[in-house]
Design a protein. Structure first.
Length: 200
């Protein structure tokens, strides 16, 4: 008997057994009734544990589905942003190409405009991009030229495919890319030379 047993009942802590239920239907001994009752209690405990496990499993499934939904939405958002960025870059590069043509026609051509004219028309008019880069001594002008060349390289990549569909022959892309990529390397090399000179 525990200290909390204010009713002073020695059987208060024992499981309740409804003996009338058994005695009315069948003649069972107390030991048999106790055994059946204990089994019923164990069965109920087992069912309770199973119910709890099912509840936890449903919660895990619900959480997993929510995480999958969020993950899928993030993927869609990333894809949308990537496509949107490509369109923005393409638009900006096309606008810059248009401005380049206008500057050239108005006699206000930048160095990159001359480079593009040289490459697209194969008319040197005494102008050679490699010679210009190697003889350039203005760091800021050369740095701006490197940025412009990088923009053209990106523009050429966008020209290659759109939604996975080839828009220009791959050989043409390689030819264009090789010219601008090599020019970028020469430009970067000359920038390093100017940096060393300026640091003296």
């Amino acid at each position: 008997m525990t200290e909390e047993n204010e009713y002073h009942d020695e059987n208060l802590d024992e499981p309740y057994i409804w003996k009338k239920k058994f005695t009315k239907s069948q003649n069972l001994s107390d030991e048999q009734i106790n055994a059946i009752t204990k089994k019923n209690i164990q069965d109920m405990k087992y069912e309770l544990v199973k119910s709890k496990m099912r509840f936890m499993e449903r919660n895990r499934e619900k959480q997993f589905l929510e995480e999958q939904k969020v993950s899928q939405q993030n993927i869609l958002d990333d894809q949308y942003y990537t496509e949107w960025s490509k369109h923005v870059d393409k638009f900006n590069l096309e606008q810059e190409s248009l401005r380049s043509s206008i500057r050239f026609s108005q006699g206000r051509a930048k160095t990159i405009d001359k480079f593009k004219f040289y490459f697209e028309n194969k008319v040197s008019d005494g102008f050679c991009p490699v010679t210009y880069v190697e003889s350039c001594i203005d760091y800021n002008d050369l740095n701006e030229l490197c940025v412009d060349i990088e923009s053209i390289i990106n523009f050429e990549k966008n020209k290659l495919t759109e939604n996975g569909i080839l828009k220009i022959p791959h050989s043409e892309f390689q030819k264009n890319n090789e010219f601008w990529f090599n020019l970028k390397l020469i430009c970067s090399k000359q920038l390093n030379v100017l940096q060393k000179i300026n640091s003296l």
